[in-house]
Design a protein around this ligand. Structure first.
Ligand SMILES: [Fe+2]
Length: 310
């Protein structure tokens, strides 16, 4: 069994279908779905994701450079493609106002070993923290601070136009400062704790990958601080790593797998990649309303189509 009792479900042709209304209901209940054995290609993956998702996002202003696949700006390579580093738990794009509700992962080439995508439940993560740490993150807001050379922000923001970068930052609630020599600094203040519809607190944010970059990779271009510029202590960093290890659910990829993740309730990451042939693609979207989903289900066609991955 890949998933624990608390979240996640595996769907195969023996146990279910790709019918969008079914996936919609299951996702509400289980927060993550693994579709295995349906023989999806990159094209049919896109069709399937569009039957349940809407408002597909590109990655302008994202944390890393990602490549668009098949000239589709909403079909992306995963972070650090061709690199092996592990990615600790995070919510996708929690360093800005507009975040995708859903993440869609598609495994085009399974690795022979390693490189599992990892998941954990944000509410459970919050509950496992010490009372002191819970209180601290409930009380104190955090700030994500990023500094870019001109060359870096031209790549990350996919433009060299200062007015455009200012507009993207403004839409996403980021303060943005451009120096006379063209360096960009952005700042986004938020809480590390979000709440679900019932008011339950969930620890979902980008704190861990950024602390990892600062404390382990010794980079200073991407920082997270409590507001007032106070550092997050090493003790808290250790505690977050311990809770991560205790809650980690790892999905070993098979070629053709699709994993759908509710980015509002789960965090995700990945284990170190040991086989660089691993090719996992990602899409980010919002969830269609159920009524639209029902219409889409009548139109859905997920039969095999000839697709050559670039
Ligand atoms: Fe991510």
């Amino acid at each position: 069994m890949i998933f624990p009792e608390t979240f996640g479900a595996q769907i195969s042709p023996q146990t279910g279908t790709l019918e969008p209304a079914l996936a919609h209901d299951l996702l509400q209940d289980r927060k993550a779905l693994l579709f295995r054995g349906f023989g999806l290609t990159a094209d049919t993956f896109c069709e399937f994701s569009e039957s349940l998702g809407e408002g597909f996002m590109d990655y302008q202003g994202g944390a890393f450079e990602r490549k668009a696949i098949n000239q589709n700006p909403t079909l992306l390579s995963v972070t650090g493609e061709g690199q092996s580093f592990a990615v600790p738990f995070h919510g996708e794009m929690y360093y800005r106002r507009h975040k995708p509700q859903l993440l869609w992962f598609y495994c085009a080439v399974a690795p022979s070993k390693g490189g599992e995508t990892t998941l954990c439940d944000g509410a459970e993560f919050f509950k496992r923290l010490s009372r002191r740490t819970r209180d601290l993150f409930l009380k104190r807001r955090i700030a994500y601070i990023r500094r870019y050379t001109p060359q870096q922000w031209h790549v990350i923001y996919q433009t060299s136009d200062e007015a455009e970068v200012r507009a993207v930052c403004e839409r996403n609630g980021l303060e943005c400062r451009l120096s006379p020599s063209g360096e960009l600094e952005t700042r986004y203040e938020t809480s590390a704790v979000v709440h679900d519809a019932s008011g339950q607190p969930m620890f979902i944010n980008n704190v861990l990958p950024i602390l990892m970059q600062e404390r382990v990779w010794l980079l200073d271009s991407n920082l997270v601080r409590f507001t007032g510029n106070e550092s997050i202590s090493d003790d808290i960093f250790q505690e977050l790593l311990e809770v991560s290890a205790a809650l980690e659910v790892a999905i070993p990829w098979q070629t053709g797998d699709v994993v759908l993740v509710d980015n509002r309730r789960l965090m995700h990451g990945r284990r170190e990649i040991e086989d660089l042939k691993r090719k996992v693609l990602v899409r980010m979207s919002n969830l269609k309303q159920l009524e639209q989903t029902s219409n889409a289900s009548r139109e859905l066609s997920c039969g095999p189509t000839a697709t050559v991955m670039s």
